[in-house]
Design a protein around this ligand. Structure first.
Ligand SMILES: CSC[C@H]1O[C@@H](n2cnc3c(O)ncnc32)[C@H](O)[C@@H]1O
Ligand SMILES: [Zn+2]
Length: 441
């Protein structure tokens, strides 16, 4: 008998790799924060003596979901400006509100709210892009949640920095100060081609290479972005990024609703990953990312929620479902982006997009024990012909019962273990009052 930390014995396990595999009556064995075995439950009970055994007779265990694009602190701006197109939403509402309120305290409160919401919905890792990344780090250290913290770069002044040089130097300081944390990674996050000039992008490309830090950027979110760039500079934004040397396996392009065949081929050739945010794209009427064409070309597609001010929730189970349905509508092919592929995009595809595919994204020996359990014994889960289809098409995030990161329970029986849900809600309501006052001033 081998002593181990934890034995998880659910009704089903979907490891995501191998694709389409469903194990019934198997156990996941965890020790030192890692998966050491996945085997039939009877054998596991004979081979391992666990300090703790988690029996989950009605649940399916899956890899933790990976949300590859959000602005966590924007949970505090949820519902502030709805039903508007992107540039109107950003320039007339969101940027003024951020100018008034974004601060270290705002970001701590907003990130805590986001982390709580995400953990309760089965997201165990996310890629962020926002101001005051030290506040993000502070909250995530306490929460013990995994993330790729995107350190922002823009050309214009905000409460975080005054110009591109200022953003970049703060970015380097934040990255250098925190990069040894076992659960946190960092990315340069130039906001978008229309807000960052060539010299700053070239410097980011160089630093990314030198420091081995990935790049996370909004690209081709709308047709207007592309048309405006062509009218002003005679060049499409993605072609410009290619010319400036940003494209590589370390580059994650968010949105990508406007893509010609050459750009799809370039994504495949350079190993660029896509963060597909279907609900934000729908809500802001930004356009449709051609997911099927990208997958056919061999491009890695992951799924993101975007911020809560443009979605308006951080629900990756809902986002998987929207992504699968939208791909069919857009391509006119009901077989496009089937449920299992959407689940793969929300787990292993996400891990790959963040450069974490060796560590997370699937339940395989040697990987970190980042996993979730979903209750499949409710009225709307029966009958069950296909477990993966049921999970993607007919399951709400409120059915997630457990969320673990590196073998540690961050939610157990829907109770958060490292974050104080009541205090987080109370603080978010205080921010709501301040933000309302700001709107009236
Ligand atoms: C550089 S910090 C992030 C910056 O991005 C803004 N933002 C949020 N959602 C979107 C989106 O969909 N497209 C473009 N910009 C977005 C956010 O408000 C911050 O200012
Ligand atoms: Zn965004």
């Amino acid at each position: 008998m081998q002593d181990v930390d934890l034995l998880i014995v659910p009704r089903w396990i979907v490891p995501v790799e191998p694709h389409l595999t469903v194990h019934e009556d198997h156990a996941l064995v965890v020790d030192g924060g890692r998966i050491v075995d996945l085997l039939p439950a009877d054998f596991a009970r004979q081979a391992y003596r666990a300090r703790e055994t988690l029996e989950l007779p009605n649940q399916v265990v899956l890899p933790g979901l990976v949300n590859t694009h959000t602005h966590a602190a924007m949970t505090l701006l949820r519902g502030l400006a709805d039903d508007l197109p992107l540039m109107n939403w950003l320039q007339d509402h969101i940027w003024p509100a951020e100018g008034r309120h974004a601060s270290a305290a705002f970001c701590r409160a907003g990130v805590a709210l986001a982390a709580a919401e995400m953990l309760k919905g089965g997201i165990t890792c996310f890629a962020d892009q926002y101001f005051f990344p030290e506040s993000t780090v502070e909250v995530l250290r306490e929460a013990s949640m995994r993330a790729l913290v995107g350190v922002p770069v823009l050309e214009f002044p905000t409460p975080w920095a005054q110009n591109a040089q200022g953003y970049i130097s703060r970015a380097v300081d934040v990255i250098e100060a925190n990069r040894t944390h076992p659960l946190l990674g960092f990315a340069f996050a130039p906001h978008a081609p229309y807000t960052v000039g060539d010299p700053a992008l070239e410097r980011i490309a160089m630093l990314s290479h030198e420091m081995d830090v990935p790049i996370h950027m909004h690209v081709h979110e709308t047709a207007f972005e592309v048309e405006d760039a062509v009218a002003q500079h005679g060049e499409r934004p993605f072609a410009r990024l290619k010319r400036l040397g940003l494209l590589s396996r370390e580059f994650m392009a968010v949105h990508m609703t406007q893509l010609n065949d050459q750009e799809i081929e370039d994504c495949a050739t350079f190993g660029v990953s896509i963060a597909h945010c279907p609900e934000s794209n729908l809500k802001l009427a930004s356009g449709f990312c051609p997911v099927s064409k990208l997958l056919d070309a061999g491009v890695n597609v992951s799924i993101g929620t975007d911020g809560a001010a443009s979605n308006n929730d951080l629900d990756l189970i809902g986002e998987m479902r929207t992504a699968a349905l939208l791909a069919k509508g857009v391509s006119g092919n009901a077989a496009a982006f089937p449920a299992a592929q959407a689940l793969r995009a929300a787990t292993l595809g996400g891990a790959r997009a963040l450069g974490l595919e060796e560590r997370i994204g699937s339940l395989e020996r040697g990987k970190a024990a980042d996993f979730i359990a979903i209750d499949m014994d409710q009225i709307d889960s029966v009958p069950m012909y296909d477990l993966i289809s049921q999970t993607v098409y007919a399951t709400g995030r409120d059915r997630v019962t457990h969320s673990y990161v590196a073998g540690r329970a961050l939610m157990r029986g829907r109770e958060l273990q490292t974050l104080d849900e009541s205090a987080i809600k109370a603080e978010a309501r205080q921010w709501q009052q301040r933000i309302i006052k700001g709107l009236q001033a």
